[in-house]
Every structure is written in structure tokens, then in C-alpha cells.
Design a protein around this ligand. Structure first.
Ligand code: PMP
Length: 517
């Protein structure tokens, strides 16, 4: 005690934040405001458009959720009661099912596996899909074995064998025993093939050992590529790309069938692709919407190949885009959903993975769990957050859409006034992005330098914080796209303040000498 503290909690990041004036300490938060500590000890309100990168759709420290949290703790809610009945978790699973059934017009149950973070929910989905694939692979190998046994019996009983079958495997005509052994051996070898994952270019699914390989950004992925299976990436919104990438990965085994007393060989597909992962609106990839036509092609191709679709709604979901599931707005039904961020109402760390009943494997429950998941606190807070979203016939979804339109209108007017600086405004609901044009050739040397270093978005963030007390950030993998994810409470005045700040940024970018940093 008494020794001076040194920076041990990610000092490199802190140093980097300080270069941009982003190393402020927030001491309080409420609604759309974070309060920054000033040198004289006072608090400065900062208008927040980063919105915890999507986790505070209901506002920072939503009063109803804070009150609930207080009550839960005061009443001694059992936060650590693993291996017991969890009615709150079951209720949450049921409520999420009700929303899912309504938005997708389906009635099949989805089972729920709980987690603590977005990446964990994604990994739980991938693990479940791989467990399921393993079961399906074994069933295929068994089916080939049974077909071979049936053919052997038929040949022993006098059935003929198509000569083409011997030729295909280079086996001497008439030696059905040798051919049968080859078919069984090939099925066994193929079953040990390593799995394949498909995901979208620009996608972001987390930074854990598995999920970082599903995340497209090479900076996050490549240093750790030896730790997990590589992913095949499909080009966003290019429908042809789905089958171009999927088809070469598909594997067929050969198995005998006996038709009219003749043994011939036929195909049986071996499932090698564990899952296709995608976000309905990419967040970290620069706020890019998956188009309905593209989603349809993914659904059709995956259905045909028996590949489950994992819809990562960690950022886009929980009402942010104007429906609880952004995927429901483009008719993209998932076999799995990953939910987190705003699920915990901005108070609890909560995540859940939903898996479609027809794929569900109860044995997964024995091999996946976390000390902290499925607890009474996070589930009860999430239940209330969901109730707030669903209240008044889903008023929150309509507010997200309406507020989003208002904000998008303002961003669009800035783009229209500065087409030389702003490339595009994208997104829907309260998940919006404004992409700056490449400024590396700017007449302003400071701006050109930041742009060339890929840091212009962060320089803009630092400037807005310092000059306008506005907090926002670029998306993690597309750093020239500014991201706007405020809460439902964002007011016209707050949007006007943002407009003022962004218009000032445009003035700096268009000025040959003013700097941002
Ligand atoms: N998936 C998506 C779509 C995300 O946006 C994120 C977080 N940005 C994650 C997964 C990972 O979530 P977490 O940071 O909670 O692990």
C-alpha cells in the first residue's frame, strides 16, 4: 500500500487513446449522457452516440432496470446457484421464443443456451453446430455401412453388380468383397475430415480463439490463425459468391443400392460445413446491411447443402434496427441466433444462443456451461429489458425506426452538402454509419496523414469529444466509417447537436490548415 500506481491495465491502449484525447474517465452515465471527470474534479456531460457499441439501446442506467437491479440485490437473489432449477432463464427462453415466433411467423421451439458475452454466444452456437455435425457424420458413415452390408447380402443371394462400379474404383470385376471394403474404408476416412466454416467478408463475430477466425479483419484473425480452423469468406451481397464458395467444399460418399436385382453406386452427402455465420447488418465491418436477395440465396444454398445458418444478432438485434431480430426484416431465418449487448439492458452481462428444435442436441448441455451464465440477476434484468422493448405493442421498435430515420435524414443532409468528403450513409434504425471518403490525398497535410495511417475516424472522434463533448467512434474493422448507435431516448436536440459537431468536422476536413488532433 502507499506505492504509486503504475499503468498495468492495458497501458498501450491508454497511451494510444491519449494521443487522440480519448483517454477521459467517465464517472457516471445516464440516458444518452456519460459524465467525464475534469481536472478540477467537476463533471462534464458528454453526449453519447457510441452507445456502448450497441449495448445501451434502453439508455445508460435505465431507471427501471436500475431499480430492479437494486431490488434483486437487496432481496439476496441467488446469483450463484449452478446446477439447480433456473425458472428465470426458462422464462426468458420462452419470451424470446414468443418474439421469434411472431417476427418470423414460425412455431418451432428454439432451445436456449446461456452465456456472458457476444463472442461466447457465437462460440456456443459453433460448438453446438459442430457437435450436431459429428452426430450427422456418424449417422452417414453408419448408413453407408448398412448399405454395403445389404449389398453384400444381395450379391451373396445372386444379385448382379454394375460393371461401372468396379471400374470407378479400379477393382477387379466380380470381387465385390474388395469393392465393399473400399467403400467402407473411404467413408471412414472422409468422416475424419476437418470441418469448414463459412462467414461473410467484413463480418465480425468476436475475438475469442474460435470467433476471431470467423471475424474477417485480418488484423484480429491472422496472428491467431494457427489456433483454430480457417474460415472461407463469402463476398457480401454477391449472391453468386455463396455457391462459388460453398460448392467446392461439399463432399459426397459413394454407397451401393440394389435396384431390380442389380447393385449400383450412388451418392450420399457427408456434412463437412459446420455452419454459415452472418450478421444481418454488419456492425464492425462498417454498418453494412445484408440485402434480402442475398439472404435468400444463403438460406436456399444452405438448406440444399444441409448447412445450418448462425445469425449473429449481437449488435443488430434486441430492437436496434426496428424489430427485435434485424434478420426478420430481410426474411433470413436462422438455425441459430446469438444475442447479447442490449439483451442485458445495459446493466447485466447477458448473452444467449438459441438453437432450432430440429437441430437441438440435449447432450450439448453436458459439455457446455459457464460459472457465470444463466444466473438470476442477468436473466431477470434481461426479462425486464425485453418487457420494456415489447411494451405497448412493441413501441420501442417503432421508436428505434423513427429516431433512426430522423438521424439518418440529418446524416444524409451532411452527405448531400459534402459529397467530396462523405461517401455514403448506411444502416437502419439506430444502427447507422457515415463513411468518409479516402482523405489520404487531402490538401490538409494533417488530415492526409491521419487518413493514410487509417486513423482518421479516431482523429474525428477525438475532435468531437474535445470540441463538442460528443462521443462516437468508427467501426472496428472499417475505421473511416463513423458509427451512430444512440439509445431510444435520443432527442431532436441531441441530434441537432450531433449535426452541428459533424458539420464542424466537415469544415475542418475541407480546410487546408486546421487540424483535428
Ligand atoms: N458479434 C457481433 C456482431 C458483435 O458486434 C460483437 C461485438 N462488437 C460480438 C459478436 C462480440 O461480442 P463481445 O464483445 O460481447 O464478445
Amino acid at each position: 500500500m502507499g506505492t504509486a500506481e503504475v499503468e498495468l491495465a492495458e497501458p498501450t491502449m491508454l497511451g494510444w487513446l491519449s494521443d487522440y484525447g480519448l483517454d477521459v474517465e467517465y464517472v457516471r452515465s445516464s440516458g444518452n449522457t456519460l459524465f467525464a471527470k475534469q481536472a478540477d474534479g467537476s463533471e462534464k456531460p458528454v453526449l453519447d452516440f457510441a452507445g456502448g457499441y450497441g449495448s445501451v439501446l434502453l439508455g445508460h442506467n435505465n431507471p427501471e432496470l436500475v431499480e430492479l437491479a437494486r431490488e434483486l440485490l437487496a432481496d439476496g437473489t441467488p446469483i450463484h446457484a449452478q446446477f439447480s432449477r433456473h425458472p428465470y432463464a426458462n422464462r426468458l427462453a420462452n419470451e424470446l421464443n414468443a418474439v421469434l415466433h411472431r417476427e418470423f411467423g414460425v412455431s418451432e421451439p428454439y432451445y436456449a443456451v446461456f452465456a456472458n458475452s457476444g463472442a461466447e454466444a457465437v462460440e456456443a452456437a459453433v460448438k453446438h453446430a459442430e457437435l450436431d455435425r459429428g452426430h450427422r457424420v456418424r449417422a452417414v458413415v453408419e448408413a453407408v455401412g448398412s448399405a454395403v452390408a445389404a449389398a453384400r447380402a444381395a450379391v451373396d443371394g445372386g444379385a448382379l453388380v454394375d460393371e461401372e462400379a468396379y471400374r470407378e474404383f479400379g477393382v477387379a470385376s466380380g470381387d465385390f468383397g474388395a469393392l465393399a471394403d473400399r467403400l467402407v474404408a473411404l467413408a471412414g476416412e472422409a468422416a475424419s475430415r476437418r470441418p469448414v466454416f463459412l462467414a461473410l467478408e467484413g463480418g465480425f463475430h468476436g475475438k475469442l480463439v474460435g470467433s476471431t477466425q470467423l471475424t474477417h479483419n485480418p488484423g484480429y484473425r491472422e496472428p491467431f490463425s494457427a489456433l483454430a480452423r480457417p474460415t472461407r469468406f463469402v463476398a457480401l451481397n454477391r449472391p453468386e459468391s455463396v455457391r462459388e464458395v460453398l460448392e467446392p467444399e461439399r463432399v459426397w460418399l459413394r454407397e451401393p443400392v440394389v435396384v431390380d436385382g442389380v447393385v449400383r453406386l450412388t451418392d450420399r452427402e457427408l456434412p463437412v460445413v459446420t455452419a454459415f455465420l452472418l450478421e444481418p447488418v454488419q456492425g464492425e465491418g462498417g454498418i453494412r446491411e445484408v440485402e434480402a436477395e442475398f439472404a435468400k440465396e444463403i438460406g436456399a444454398a444452405c438448406e440444399e447443402a444441409g448447412v445450418p445458418v448462425v445469425v449473429d444478432e449481437v449488435q443488430s438485434g434486441m430492437g436496434r434496427c426496428g424489430a427485435f431480430f434485424a434478420s426478420s426484416q430481410i426474411g433470413l431465418r436462422g438455425d441459430y441466433y446469438a444475442l447479447s449487448k442490449s439483451l442485458g439492458g445495459g446493466i447485466a452481462k447477458a448473452a444467449v444462443m438459441l438453437v432450432r428444435g430440429k437441430h437441438y442436441r440435449g447432450d450439448f448441455e453436458l459439455v457446455h456451461s459457464s460459472t457465470f451464465a444463466k444466473d438470476s440477476f442477468s436473466c431477470t434484468v434481461a426479462l425486464r429489458a425485453l418487457a420494456l422493448m415489447e411494451a405497448d405493442g412493441g413501441r420501442a421498435y417503432r421508436v428505434a425506426a423513427e429516431r433512426g430515420q430522423r438521424l439518418a435524414g440529418v446524416l444524409e443532409s451532411i452527405r448531400a452538402d459534402h459529397p467530396d468528403l462523405v461517401l455514403e450513409v448506411r444502416g437502419r434504425g439506430l444502427m447507422l454509419g457515415l463513411e468518409l471518403r479516402d482523405q489520404s490525398g487531402s490538401a490538409n497535410a494533417a488530415v492526409a496523414g491521419q487518413a493514410a495511417a487509417g486513423m482518421l475516424g479516431y482523429a474525428v472522434a477525438g475532435y468531437l469529444l474535445r470540441e463538442h463533448a460528443i462521443r462516437l467512434f468508427p467501426t472496428a474493422s472499417a475505421t473511416s466509417t463513423l458509427r451512430f448507435e444512440p439509445s431510444l431516448h435520443v432527442s431532436d436536440e441531441e441530434i441537432a447537436r450531433l449535426e452541428n459537431g459533424l458539420r464542424d468536422v466537415m469544415a475542418v476536413l475541407g480546410d487546408p490548415v486546421r487540424g483535428l488532433v
